[in-house]
Design a protein around this ligand. Structure first.
Ligand SMILES: [Mn+2]
Length: 247
C-alpha cells in the first residue's frame, strides 16, 4: 500500500507544470463514480495532428472513441480506488502488457488509458491541462495549469521552453533558486498555525520539489515515509495535512 488508509484523495502535479488556478476546485470535483480523473490530450494545435498516435492504429481501435488522456495532472479518489480494487485490475493488465517490450511506451500514461474499459477515467475539462505541443495558443489564456510537454517536432529543452511559454516562470524559478542556496531554512506551518523550523535534507527537498510545493500550497498527501522524515515517529500520522508557507 502506497498511502495510509486515512488518506482519501491525492492530486498529482507534474514537476514541470505551473499551476494558475485554485486546486481546491479539483479537490472537490465530482468524478462521477470514476476512481480517478485525467485531462484529455488537446486537439486544438492542428499542426501536431500527425503526431497524435492515439488517433491511429492500435490506440484508435483500442480506445473505441474514448479520449486518450495526459498523465501530467491527475486526481485519485483513493477511497473509490480501493473499494473497486482498481489497483488489482491495473496490476493484472500491467502483468499482461509488460510481457511485450514494445507496449506501454509511456507507462504512467498508457496504462490508465489502456485500462479505461475496466477502470473508468473521469475526463477533466480541457482547461485543466494546457501544453504548447498539443494545445492551440488561442486556448492558453484559459489554462488552469501549463505543462511543458515534450514537443516531438522541435525537441526544445524544457527550461528553454519554460521561459518562452510561461510568463511567470522567471520569477518562480528565481524563488526556487533562492531556497536552493540555503536548503536548511524552509518554514513549514502546521495545522493550528504553529510554525516549525525544520531541517530539510536533500532527499526531502527533492521530494518537495517534485510535488511542486510552493508558498501557500496546501499539501494534502504526505506518505508515511515523508511524515516520519519531517516529524519523527512521535508525531507520525497525527498530521497528514500541512500548510506549506515557505519553501
Ligand atoms: Mn510534464
Amino acid at each position: 500500500m502506497l498511502f495510509p488508509l486515512s488518506l482519501n484523495k491525492v492530486i498529482f502535479v507534474d514537476a514541470d507544470q505551473v499551476v494558475r488556478s485554485d486546486m481546491k476546485e479539483l479537490w472537490h470535483m465530482d468524478l462521477k463514480g470514476a476512481p480517478y480523473a485525467y485531462t484529455p490530450m488537446c486537439d486544438s494545435n492542428k499542426e501536431m495532428e500527425g503526431f497524435r498516435f492515439w488517433k491511429q492504429g492500435f490506440w484508435k481501435d483500442h480506445l473505441a472513441g474514448k479520449p486518450y488522456h495526459i498523465s501530467a495532472l491527475y486526481v485519485v479518489d483513493l477511497a473509490r480506488f480501493r473499494r473497486t480494487a482498481a489497483g488489482d485490475q491495473l496490476r493484472i493488465m500491467y502483468e499482461n502488457l509488460s510481457k511485450d517490450p514494445n507496449s506501454l511506451a509511456n507507462l504512467d500514461q498508457d496504462l490508465p488509458n489502456y485500462a479505461q474499459h475496466q477502470v473508468p477515467i473521469f475526463s477533466l475539462p480541457q482547461t485543466w491541462l494546457w501544453c504548447e505541443s498539443w494545445c492551440g495558443n488561442h486556448t492558453k489564456a484559459a489554462a488552469k495549469t501549463i505543462d511543458l510537454c515534450n514537443n516531438p517536432m522541435t525537441k526544445e529543452p524544457k527550461l528553454k521552453g519554460a521561459a518562452r511559454i510561461v510568463k511567470e516562470w522567471p520569477s518562480l524559478d528565481a524563488e526556487v533558486r533562492a531556497v536552493q542556496v540555503d536548503p536548511m531554512k524552509p518554514m513549514l506551518k502546521a495545522p493550528g498555525s504553529k510554525r516549525l523550523k525544520l531541517k530539510c535534507d536533500e532527499s526531502l527537498w527533492n521530494f518537495a520539489f517534485k510535488f511542486n510545493l510552493r508558498r501557500h500550497t496546501e499539501v494534502r498527501a504526505f506518505t508515511d515515509e515523508v511524515e516520519e522524515r519531517l516529524y519523527g515517529r512521535a508525531l507520525h500520522s497525527s498530521t497528514s495535512q500541512l500548510n506549506l508557507s515557505r519553501f
